[in-house]
Write a protein that binds this ligand. Structure first.
Ligand code: F6R
Length: 614
């Protein structure tokens, strides 16, 4: 999390930094700041909250700052210390000559801080980052060379970081380095850009170098000197980024989230192109690099992910086990990395991540790769750190998702899981041809069904209004839609801050039912199929405790009218594909409740789009 950007060249730097930070706002938005190399000093400007506050802070100085052509900037997602101006980056050493922006976490900052305080450094913030400023400055005092000082400081720092550092004595220079956090250098004409993600500079250049861990790059307007951790010079590998500058437009929608929800039919259509031609043709999935022989003999899969991607993974497990008969374990990456996991070269490990940068998932992937597992990555960012670890890469191609709450990337992940499971089932011969054909035919109809739901979104809006005053919300489901209940609840809590929880309906009577009374809305994801009757009974049990009952269903059964206070009807769909159809109204309910409550839908508090800290 956090976004960093830097520029060294001949152009006025302020707007380059501010525009770059704006593109990185998805990485956090607690505070922001920039440092500029001015005539005889480095000037630092910071503001709490969104970037617009920093713009306002800078406005009175606009003219005097136009001369600065070297600078670094930061947008923060607070980890250590509250989101205040004091804790905002850039951080400086005590004399103000050295300044740093940082993305990541310095794990040994307490020890470093003690050492530095003993040497006379005074800390002003509660951040881990400030230790870097003092550490590099104190080493600089001895070696008088910023690049050397950064090398020596890196040896002492533990944790994850991307760092951009400037020193007043070495004008027109930025030294950058990284470990387990993304950092990319963009090449211009007599200028260099640096950022934690491509959108920060893509409108200026498409030529870039991805820094590898522990490399140090020294950027001046005319040169880049790239070194490995021992100071050996390296030839930068310049890549042409497959990106167009993105016009981030809401296209008339009030929020990006609503726009992204509406894009979902096309997202599915785009994914199916070239992979699912007709219901009779086999699925084409050239992205899977396992041989047919290996796939046939594959007898274990592990899927690792976080948050919404974890919910997609849970549905992935359900369908892979159902279609292919392969046992699948699903685990949150943050748990996976801190226990003894049993994985080997016979296990397929699937990492799921819209951003491709989530620190826990990236670490988990690296751990299983080291044990010899084939790594398959499902991500919306084929240029991400996770994608670069992949043996097989399935880009979900949902297009850039601006809203922090994942919607279209989730539906894209699910669609990719269906394709993968069908592809494997066809190779393994685990499904009857008639079932395969029927499922593929139904998949091709999904975009239309979503369009039908979107065309009647006013009903869902009504439901949202009706329940927007609630403090708590329960979602229940069973079977393949249990993860849908979890995801529906996650969507609601992250953008409306309502305490929403998803339960497997069968578990309700083992504890959660105690919470039910006439104030509690219970939304039952009642899709026709193997667990329909069971879920109906569980809904009756909730109704008997006076809960405010809502059904999300594809059933036309009239007896539901007596049981439920509000019914959201969706087009008919087979049970195995119902998670895609059922999720759309849940996204809309979360959206409309948050919008009705006046919340910051696209940038909910405390969250960020890319979680690059463990
Ligand atoms: C919620 C959401 C998060 C992410 C999670 C993992 O809407 O987006 O729960 O799913 O932070 O992120 P990725 O998918 O980038 O690994």
């Amino acid at each position: 999390m956090c976004g960093i950007v830097g520029y060294v060249g001949k152009k006025p730097v302020v707007d380059i930094l501010l525009d770059g930070l704006e593109q990185l706002e998805y990485r956090g938005y607690d505070s922001s700041g920039i440092a500029l190399k001015c005539a005889d000093s480095i000037k630092v400007y910071k503001a709490e909250g969104k970037l617009k506050n920093l713009r306002e802070e800078l406005a009175p100085h606009a003219y005097e700052l136009t001369k600065a052509t070297t600078g670094i900037g930061h947008i923060r997602w607070a980890t250590h210390g509250a989101p205040t101006v004091l804790n905002a980056h850039p951080h400086t050493c005590n004399c103000g000559n050295l300044t740093v922006v940082h993305n990541g976490i310095i794990e040994n900052y307490k020890e470093l801080k003690e050492e530095l305080e003993a040497k006379g450094c005074t800390f002003r913030s509660q951040t881990d980052t400030e230790t870097v400023a003092h550490l590099v400055a104190s080493i600089y005092g001895q070696v008088k060379d910023l690049t050397k000082a950064v090398h020596l400081a890196s040896e002492k720092i533990q944790g994850a970081y991307a760092l951009c550092i400037m020193h007043n004595n070495e004008p027109n220079k930025i030294v950058v380095t990284k470990r387990n956090a993304p950092l990319i250098v963009g090449y211009g004409e007599n200028e260099f850009y640096v950022a934690s993600d491509i959108p920060a500079f893509i409108k200026h250049t498409k030529r870039a170098v991805y820094l590898s861990d522990n490399q140090v790059a020294t950027l001046t307007p005319d040169s880049i000197v790239l070194e490995d951790e021992h100071g050996n010079k390296l030839e930068p590998k310049v890549e042409l980024l497959p990106w167009e500058p993105i016009a981030l437009s809401k296209m008339g929608y009030k929020h990006f989230m609503l726009k992204e929800i509406h894009e979902q039919p096309d997202v599915i259509r785009n994914i199916l192109v070239g992979k699912l031609h007709t219901p009779e043709d086999p699925i084409v999935l050239d992205e899977v690099k396992l041989t047919r022989e290996t796939l046939k003999n594959l007898n274990r899969i592990q899927i690792i992910a976080c948050g919404t991607s974890l919910h997609a993974a849970m549905i992935g497990k359900y369908i892979i086990e159902n279609f292919c008969g392969i046992p699948v374990d699903v685990e949150a990456s943050s748990e996976y990395i801190y226990r003894k996991t049993v994985t080997d070269e016979h296990t397929l490990v699937i990492g799921v991540s819209q951003s491709g940068e989530t620190a826990d998932t990236l670490t988990a992937i690296k751990q299983s790769k080291a044990k010899g597992s084939h790594i398959l990555i499902i991500t919306n960012r084929p240029d991400s750190a996770m994608a670069r670890e992949a043996d097989s890469l399935i880009p979900v191609s949902a297009g850039i998702e601006v809203s922090v709450a994942a919607t279209k990337s989730y539906i894209a992940q699910l669609t990719s899981f269906y394709l993968l499971a069908l592809y494997m089932a066809e190779i393994k011969g685990t499904m009857a041809q008639s079932d395969l054909t029927a499922l593929k035919a139904e998949m091709m109809l999904l975009p239309q069904k979503i369009e039908q739901i979107l065309a009647h979104k006013e009903d869902i809006q009504k439901c949202a209004r009706k329940y927007s005053g609630t403090r708590d919300f329960i979602y229940i489901a069973r079977g393949i839609n249990y993860p849908t209940a979890l995801e529906g609840a996650l969507k609601l809590k992250e953008i409306s801050y309502i305490n929403a929880t998803g339960y497997s309906a069968g578990e309700l009577k083992h504890g959660p039912i105690a919470m039910l009374d006439e104030t509690m809305p219970v939304l039952s994801i009642l899709m026709k199929g193997s667990v329909y009757e069971k879920l109906l009974s569980n809904s009756e049990e909730a109704k008997a405790r006076n809960a405010r009952m809502i059904a999300l269903t594809n059933s036309t059964d009239e007896k539901l009218d007596d049981l439920f206070d509000f019914i959201i009807r969706v087009p008919d769909v087979i049970e195995l594909l119902s998670p895609i159809v059922a999720m759309i109204p849940l996204q809309l309910i979360a959206y409309y409740i948050a919008e009705f409550l006046g919340k910051d839908v696209d940038q909910p508090r405390n969250l960020a789009k890319s979680v690059t800290v463990e």
